[in-house]
Design a binder for this molecule. Structure first.
Ligand SMILES: Cc1cc2nc3c(=O)[nH]c(=O)nc-3n(C[C@H](O)[C@H](O)[C@H](O)COP(=O)(O)OP(=O)(O)OC[C@H]3O[C@@H](n4cnc5c(N)ncnc54)[C@H](O)[C@@H]3O)c2cc1C
Length: 328
């Protein structure tokens, strides 16, 4: 088995995605068990991505390959997958890791298809046991886990953000080498003309360590100030159930669940959320779940680590006050 791990490290909005850094850190922990090979990070993007590439050494990359050009500055699934597949063919790693972000979920299966190898999406367990990769991914809204064995080499795996910790003692910058691109902008089937990103300075839900989500129990959009106050004290991001998004109380990019975002924070508050299976699909792998609901039989309590049966309009302000006191 080749021993290298290659991480396709996503660079977006002037920095590496947290999930990408987690993949590099995970790769550096796995590499010794895979035979001690190096950890190579592949950066695809424009000039700003190249300028930041060396910093991946801090999370354990031993070398960085930069496939950077103006026409790669904006994400293009087709182009990125072609570049990545070419690099993987040349490098022959045992394992290819990608963070399971929106773009990562686009690129990773394309790379696997181009290489005709197996792909495990959105995994939450990745280890080396008995010299072999042990991979598990949640199914049925986290009610079951599938142990996955991949045929062929390399194994292509996308990792759910917030699954692995960053290195506690970051290292030094890594050497960067340019990738010679085998094709150009004119060879692409599609071109990204413009990207319209939602204007927000809050931490994206998929990267947030703490999330305070609200549901229909809040009774109206004006009451989300309660959650925003708690979130501000906790340094959290506010999320929402689909019921409130459909009602127009919150924007769609706040939605957690099967048709929203999949999150895995260290701490998830579900406030006035019943816990429908489609909501659980997006948050059941959170490390610690706190539910506030006035109905003691609400399904959310089945997945909650801590449950408070009570009226959220009474409970949430008291929680916020308690957090304030603790911080003092
Ligand atoms: C194909 C499909 C995809 C879907 N995708 C998603 C998805 O991505 N995300 C998602 O969230 N849903 C999704 N849904 C919808 C899902 O089935 C539920 O309808 C939705 O999650 C319910 O939202 P809710 O919990 O906010 O509302 P409700 O189910 O109405 O629950 C409100 C809860 O608030 C509690 N409550 C009320 N007042 C108070 C109070 N004063 N204090 C405390 N608690 C109170 C109630 O007891 C209740 O449990 C999907 C559905 C389908 C069919």
């Amino acid at each position: 088995m080749a021993s290298k791990v290659l991480v396709i490290a996503e660079f977006r909005g002037g920095k590496f995605k947290k999930g990408a850094l987690e993949c590099v850190a995970a790769a550096s922990r796995l590499a010794p068990a895979l035979g001690g090979g190096d950890v190579t990070a592949l950066v695809i993007g424009g000039a700003d991505a190249k300028a930041a590439a060396a910093s991946l050494g801090k999370q354990g990359a031993t070398r960085v390959l930069a496939a950077c050009a103006d026409w790669l500055a904006e994400f293009n699934g087709d182009a990125y997958a072609r570049v990545a597949a070419d690099v993987v063919r040349a490098e022959q790693p045992a394992l290819v890791l990608v963070a399971a972000t929106l773009d990562g979920k686009d690129v990773a299966p394309r790379v696997a298809a181009r290489l005709d190898v197996g792909y495990a999406p959105d995994v939450t367990k990745l280890a080396v046991e008995g010299g072999k990769l042990a991979i598990a991914r949640p199914l049925y809204a986290g009610k079951a886990y599938a142990n996955v064995t991949l045929a062929g080499a390399p194994a292509v795996v996308s990792v759910r953000p917030n699954t692995f910790a960053l290195l506690e003692a970051p290292g030094a910058d890594a050497p960067v080498a340019d990738v010679a691109l085998a094709f150009g902008a004119g060879d692409l089937k599609s071109k990204v003309v413009a990207v319209e990103a939602a204007k927000t300075d809050k931490v994206d839900l998929t990267e947030a360590e703490v999330i305070v989500s609200g549901g229909r129990g809040l009774k109206g959009p004006e009451h989300f100030v309660l959650l925003e106050a708690l979130a501000a004290e906790l340094g959290a991001t506010v999320g929402a159930s689909r019921a409130v998004v459909d009602a127009g109380w919150r924007p769609h990019h706040d939605q957690v669940g099967q048709t929203g975002k999949t999150v895995s924070p260290n701490l998830y508050f579900a406030v006035g959320i019943s816990g429908a299976i489609q909501h659980l699909a997006g948050m059941a792998t959170s490390k610690c779940i706190v539910a506030v609901n006035k109905d003691k039989d609400a399904p959310i309590f089945k997945v909650a680590d801590y449950g408070i049966v009570g009226d959220l309009f009474d409970v949430v302000p008291r929680m916020t006050d308690e957090v304030k006191k603790l911080k003092k």
